[in-house]
Design a protein around this ligand. Structure first.
Ligand code: PEP
Ligand code: MG
Length: 362
């Protein structure tokens, strides 16, 4: 057994020496981050912060989204700030010295709002519904979406809920500043989800930079926090040259990009007709699993080229599920990305495949 373990270690170190792609992890908690590090992750490529708001904190987000006055909104933000600062402190501690790409909140809205049908039924059954209940119903109705995955998500939510993104940026910058003052080496990067046009990115970026500068001044530490974007909508890929003017890095969100390029719903399409497509040989494998090199992949390639034409030092990664898929890793190597990011358990495979891609052993 020892021989086998040694052989595996030897193989991994050969792959690590050969590969050009860095391998990062998708991780949202310090526990996942620590596990990823043990598997050899060179940082976090995607921390999905919406996961930090489920459970007990969901109610605070609901209050924030439904707030009717500045006072209500500010109270919810003030309650969220220290919780977020704690989250990021733990992550930066687990990943000290390595990059941690924090993606600002990208929830499908319905996950944070009461269910419209349930709420309507409950209120209809009340003899005399309270004013508060009726107001809540009106607000939930107003925000109800038929297609939440195409609705008020990502940067759109950040632009319409004042203070949401800046609360997160403040928490990231505060946590980083305090770790630095304690002698540690936190390396946060801020990533904006679901950007479709450079204007969205510019607005959010300006606000983020102002908060970072303020916190740098307050603590007397210089914080260099790159701000970049997900490329996960066809329009973002098609205008990547413009978007790169305002981005320090791109991370391809191939889950949403596959959904939007094909017009498939990530949430329910596979059950309905993918089986028949696989049987008829229309796909060899689901395009959500292995990158569709001709379609989605050619947008990735074109966006990478256009982004680097604007900004030769633009950092490029991928953080969709494809980042840990062997065949897709070879594709990302060929396109010239800097890193792939995948779930902690897929890191060894990604390292190995990145090494094989670089040595052209396939
Ligand atoms: C993606 O869309 O590929 C992505 C990584 O983001 P999420 O899966 O959280 O939408
Ligand atoms: Mg996405």
């Amino acid at each position: 057994a020892d021989d086998l373990v040694n052989a595996v270690h030897r193989l991994m170190s050969l792959a690590d020496d050969a590969r050009r792609l860095a391998v990062r992890a998708n991780a949202d908690t310090a526990e996942d981050a620590a596990r990823a590090r043990r598997f050899g992750a060179q940082g976090i490529g995607l921390c999905r912060t919406e996961h930090m708001f489920l459970g007990e904190r969901r109610e605070l987000v609901e209050r924030l989204i439904l707030a009717e006055s500045d006072g209500e909104r500010e109270a919810a933000l003030a309650a969220l700030l220290p919780l977020q600062q704690g989250d990021f402190t733990e992550l930066f501690t687990a990943m000290d010295g390595l990059p941690v790409t924090v993606r600002l909140i990208d929830p499908p809205l319905h996950e944070f709002l009461p269910d419209l049908t349930e709420l309507s039924v409950r209120i209809a059954l009340e003899e005399k519904p309270s004013e508060t209940d009726l107001k809540l119903l009106a607000a939930v109705r107003r925000l109800h979406e038929q297609n939440p995955m195409l609705g008020l998500r990502g940067v759109r939510l950040g632009l319409v809920v004042p203070g949401l993104f800046t609360m997160q940026v403040r928490a990231i910058a505060e946590a980083a500043a305090r770790r630095r003052l304690a002698g540690a080496d936190p390396r946060p990067e801020i990533m904006i989800p679901l950007v479709g046009t450079v204007q969205e990115l510019e607005i959010v970026r300006d606000e983020a930079e102002a908060v970072i500068a303020e916190i740098s001044r307050e603590h007397g530490v210089e914080l260099n926090i790159p701000v970049g974007t997900m490329i996960e909508l066809p329009r973002a890929a098609l205008t990547a040259g413009q978007i790169a003017e305002s981005a320090d890095f791109f991370s391809f969100g191939t889950n949403d990009l596959t959904q939007t390029v094909w017009g498939f719903s990530r949430d329910d399409v596979e059950a309905s007709f993918f089986g028949a497509y696989l049987e008829k040989g229309i796909f060899g494998v689901s395009p959500f699993e292995t990158i569709d090199a001709d379609g989605v992949g050619s947008l990735v390639r074109a966006a990478a080229t256009a982004g680097r034409a604007t900004r030769p030092d633009l950092k490029l990664g991928v953080c969709g599920e494809h980042g840990g898929d062997p065949e897709s890793v070879h594709f990302f190597h060929r396109v010239g990305l800097d890193y792939v990011s995948c779930s902690p358990f897929r890191i060894p495979i990604a390292r190995l495949e990145a090494g094989r891609a670089a040595t052209a052993v396939s």
